[in-house]
Design a protein around this ligand. Structure first.
Ligand SMILES: [Mg+2]
Length: 258
């Protein structure tokens, strides 16, 4: 079981030292989970706090959405990296792999759309570099999950990563949030990493073996998370962002006695 995160702990305060990379998931971390995933967005408060953090730290947003989708939801906040599709959608990276993957993903979409046609509450989303089969709207979640798993079991070259009311299908070899976090740590040359996530897929990043120390935080305490720390709810992330920014605020000038 992870420990409740205190922003007064030494581990948290060390994040203010030079060399910290901040990696944040989007849905459920920066944005409140909403029924209609198209409606997910930053609140004005979170946007302001994220901008403050991004002015003080290198920040990466690592999401299951496509990179373009997430980038469009950051409301103009300039972060250093936006990585989508659990790490398969890496803008600026070589296109050889991704181009090959796009064709494969399109093939899965055609197959699954046929197999799952007429299933109420099930929706296949093609994110280019990966596929998500959503069943948030299915009345019997367990039954929908089982049917989707059966339909996806023989898709060529597909790695399945279950999430909250969703089955994600990624090209084998495209990695996952764990390998994406390792890659971000290497690319940034960071001395330490903060990662905040909220979902089953984020557990791969919580468990990632990184070459540098990491503060890992899961939003919403769950009994078997690999994250070292947790906060209770999405709103607590705003508190973390405010604290993170404050760690790098210039020291308040002591009032001059002269
Ligand atoms: Mg999430």
């Amino acid at each position: 079981m992870s420990a409740a995160l205190s922003t007064r702990s030494a581990a948290w305060r060390a994040l203010g030292l030079p060399g910290t990379l901040v990696v944040l998931d989007f849905d459920g971390v920066l944005a409140r989970i909403v029924h209609d995933r198209e409606a997910a967005r930053l609140s004005a408060r979170t946007r302001r706090l994220l901008a403050r953090v991004a002015a003080r730290y290198p920040v990466a947003v690592l999401s299951g959405r496509s990179a373009a989708d997430v980038a469009g939801r950051l409301d103009g906040v300039a972060v250093r990296w936006v990585v989508g599709s659990h790490g398969a959608d890496w803008p600026g990276a070589g296109v050889r792999g991704p181009r090959r993957w796009r064709g494969r993903v399109a093939g899965w979409r055609r197959t699954l759309s046929g197999r799952l046609r007429g299933m109420p509450g099930v929706e296949v989303e093609d994110k280019g570099h990966s596929l998500s089969v959503h069943f948030r709207a299915a009345r019997d979640g367990a039954r929908a999950a089982a049917a989707i798993a059966r339909a996806a079991a023989d898709l060529p070259g597909a790695a399945a990563i279950p999430g909250k009311r969703v089955l994600n299908l990624l090209p084998e070899g495209a990695g996952d949030k764990g390998s994406a976090l390792r890659r971000l740590a290497a690319a940034s040359g960071a001395a330490r990493v903060l990662f905040v996530g909220d979902d089953v897929t984020d557990e791969l990043a919580f468990r990632a073996r990184l070459p540098v120390p990491a503060v890992t935080v899961r939003v919403g305490p769950v009994p078997r998370s690999a994250a070292r720390y947790h906060v209770r709810r999405r709103g607590d992330v705003d508190r973390l962002l405010a604290s993170l920014a404050a760690l790098r605020d210039p020291p308040r000038r002591a009032r001059s006695a002269r």
